[in-house]
Design a protein around this ligand. Sequence first.
Ligand SMILES: Nc1ncnc2c1ncn2[C@@H]1O[C@H](COP(=O)(O)OP(=O)(O)OP(=O)(O)O)[C@@H](O)[C@H]1O
Ligand SMILES: [Mg+2]
Length: 1126
Amino acid sequence: MGLLHRRRRRGSAGPLLGLGYRAPSARGYARYFNDAAAAGSSSQQVLDYDQAVESLRYWNDLINKIDRPTARMMLSKIDRENLTGVDTKLKGVSTSKNSLYQFLFDVKVNHPTKVVLVRVGEFYETWGFDAVLLVEHCGLNPMGYRLPRAGCPRVNIQRTLDDLTAKGLRCVVCEEAPMPYSYGARSKRKTRFVAQVVTPHSPVYVYNLSGNHALSPDFNFQAPPVVGIEQRKPDAFTVSLMDVDLRQVTTYYDVNEEIAAHIVSNQGFSPPVYCHESYLDRAGPNGSSGLQGQRVRSIIQDSQKVRVKGSPFSEKFVEIVRKDLDLGPDASFTQSSAGGGGESRRPLPLYSMTARSIGLADRASGSPSGTPSLVASLLPKGAPAPCKHFFTRYLMHPPPPGVAGSVQRSLRRIAGVSEPLPLLPLLPAHKIAKMIHSREANHSVYVDLLAMLRGVRSIFESKALEEALYPLTAVAALSTGRRFKTSEIRDACDDVIAEIEGVVNTAEYEELMGALAEDEGEGAGEEADDDAIAVAAAAGSRARPGDQALESLLRSNEKSARVVLGSCIAGELEMLDAARARVMAAVRDQLELALKALSCPEEGWPGRSAPRISYDAVNNSVSVRGAQGAAKSRKGWADDFGLINPRDRNGSKLADRFSTEELEDALNDYRLRCHELDLAVKGALKALASRIQPFVTQVVYLSHLALVSKTFWLHATEAGRRGWSLPEIDSGEGGEKGQEGRTLVLDSFWPFWMDKSSPDTVENSLSMSKLVLLTGPNMAGKSTVIRSVCSASLLANCGLHAPCAPTSRVPYFDAYILRSAESADNPADGLSTFAVEMSDARAIVRDASADSLVFVDELCKGTEAKAGACIAAATLERLASHNGCLGLFATHLHDILELPIERSALELMRMETEPGDGEGGKWRRRATWKIGHGVCTESLAFQVAEKYGVPDEIVQRAYALSLGLEQANARSTEVEAAKINGTAGGQEEVVEPSEEEEQEEVLSFDRGVQVLAGLASEALGEDAEAIRLQRGAHPPPSAIGYSCVYVYRLSDDTYYVGETDNIAQRFSAHQSTRKSGLTDFAFVKLPKGGKSVGRLVETQAIRRMAGMGFDLISEADGMHSNFGVR
Ligand SMILES: Nc1ncnc2c1ncn2[C@@H]1O[C@H](COP(=O)(O)OP(=O)(O)OP(=O)(O)O)[C@@H](O)[C@H]1O
Ligand SMILES: [Mg+2]
């Protein structure tokens, strides 16, 4: 290893400047320049002071986090002030002009924050900081302890790079320049060059793959994009995402911070971030929303940032990334813009909280929130991972209505197709693009590509398939930003297929792959070959002694001969044939004869293996080995047969081997011809890549089309199995805008993670044209309804099957916003639980339009109940009346129901309960998971507590406490009532029955009426009379126009207390909804005090009667709006 051979003394290191490492002192910085200058740095670019300091800080920060003891041991030899980390004072470090150190240093100057791996013979080596990181992250050990140095064998480079990029590190891989063919001479000083920059955004190292035909590089479908951010106004961000391999840039203009955060993290995020100065120079806003659980600044705050200057941003961004990733000036990127709404009417991307709540976690591994994976229920078990990834991306940013319509059309037709989907190998678009752009596509890539294209082509050969799948081109167009006609697709397929078929040999593919795989472990074959010969000889087989050696020689040299069609390399093959014939002749006529002349003594050659003709994989030659002993005992043998000692590849004589001048000459020629053949094959493949390159956009589009076709096809299959259907989607293009006339109808829907046929699954139906206030006990299915409605609407608007009846009708939504109850505090942003809730509320109110679908689950549960109810009520009122969105607002804060908010744009719905089958008593009711009109103020909290194992004493005690609380509340309400009526508040003693008395009391309807009338009298300060109504009766006209409180009993002995301004209408409504069930009804007219007294009496009556043990159904019809707590 020639890197570090001479010691060079330097002055002592700079002073310690804190920060846990030695920051570059002025002297250190001067040294940096001295090193560069003294060694005659060839580098064009020299870092300025700030960059140098920043880069050193970067490395030192990384080094300070090193954990692995072996890696820590290397730290004492690191020079923390040198950009490379190599301490040039260490013994053996040469900094001379052509030294490896100088090469490394030059690369570092151009790539100051990347790990540099340099090819040295059969290894990729690293030094200094880089070596420490390799030992830390790649499970490698240091190469000696003299100076920090580590490396990996040539064949492991991709694995090593994967380990580094997985940690967010970016790497530069440097190669030795190919040498002209030479044999028998010591290699000259190697020149090296930067072969490729490998980063998490483009993690596959492809250099020289065009010469390695067995290897099919493994491209991850999910490499994160390079992210660029500009902040033009405090809440207007421009986010550019660059797909490096696909050479595409998508820019989102003027999005708010939540959406920006979402876009940044949606496809995975890996540093650095390219930040425009408008972002860097602006201080972060305080108290921004955490709706999506994260904000741009908190996502990227610890990431390395690259400053972008000038405008337009997206172009400057591309310019700087292109340079940073060493992509060369001819790498052109297609720019497209995407934004929420706009002309395309594409809905906004989902907030990550929305996504998490409906089981759309980014990673296929499942969702952290505990909601089962939505994508897993869209596809059959074992569906290819790319299909799952595609669906995640597709749902995370729903398509515009036009595309959804096409998808639905296609899914309807797929259901009717009787043909199977042809074999469609999925080839990541990145892989094709990168391999073609880099001209490194090898045999296996072409073969895969060919299979994919033939698959797509066969779709367009079948009328039924074409009709079913063609609409999906709209989806391929959406992901690639390009659109092609059927004829263009056909032509592109045909052209590229013809190009590949004209060069690549696919006929013997299977056989070839087998042969190549067998040969993978080069060099290991030698001994095995010898054994085979020994076996053949012992068995007296007719195989000739040179056979195995020749076969090995041919196999390891002529691998590429069958990769391309013979016609492409005819000249080279002819030359090779001649050279091969000469080698074979020399082996047969000379070596075999000479070997034959050595007769083996009976006792053999003690301690030595028999003389044999063998192949030497290291020197790529064939010679006689193991014949020294025989040669000594048979004088003149070598001379008789013209044998010489051959030279190895570096020109040294090999005294233990015998060859002939002719053979050596023939081998030389043969090796040269093979080398030429390899070059010709590579050349043919590279030329093929160049001819295909103009079609890359089409090919990328076709690979999307293959992916999309397969994904939707599999989805249709799975949806059929699960009994899902395609709801009618209303794109709203007919001019129905806003809330007017927009109704979301979901018939017989069920949670997507449940099995329709299971008896435990409860189906629900819902028709919603306003914002719905949803109440219901714990565990009654509120959150489940929210998740189900959100996911079904999203699926429908993506054109997909949903778990509901086909009669469902889903209007277009411009955003899906789900704020779930799971929000916790966010210490990273210095936000308490309630602060997070409030910042969520702010974001929802700001972002929801009349076209949005909004779900709010348990807002304000993180604060005191009364204040919480008021804030929640005001937010609800605003969303309903001002934003005008559709959606569900679920709450346990029943005080909301008593607050005088504007209700015209609100609908009331509740989760229903039914009498349970327990032994009766206080917790008799249970949830049915059915949604219905009205409200429900039961909590079933004690029941749930009991069911989930809270000790019985606690539950009993809690219940007793609740009764006490209710009574106290009732008293204080009465005091309030007294105040309203101007009586001496609190003076009158309300006699409460003791608990024993209460138990004994007969709970009749009469008793209920008595309670109601008594409370009304108390509130009015005068006697109030209760009036009973028989079924079919009409209340007296004198009661009309007054507030009334009423009580009724159903045939199952449950009671209901309510309040109304229109007793006639209310009575008739209850008669018709209760049909046969309503047995008794009575009301009390409240001529004074109006509605507020009515509500007060109602609340008191409910509490009093509940306390007495009446079985109250705390529910009401849609007209009703006033409740107490049980
Ligand atoms: N449609 C349904 N079919 C079958 N089971 C259901 C259905 N809806 C809800 N459930 C069951 O009820 C459980 C509780 O539902 P969910 O979490 O939606 O209740 P909730 O009303 O939000 O309760 P809380 O107020 O405590 O948050 C679910 O986990 C599920 O097991
Ligand atoms: Mg819930």
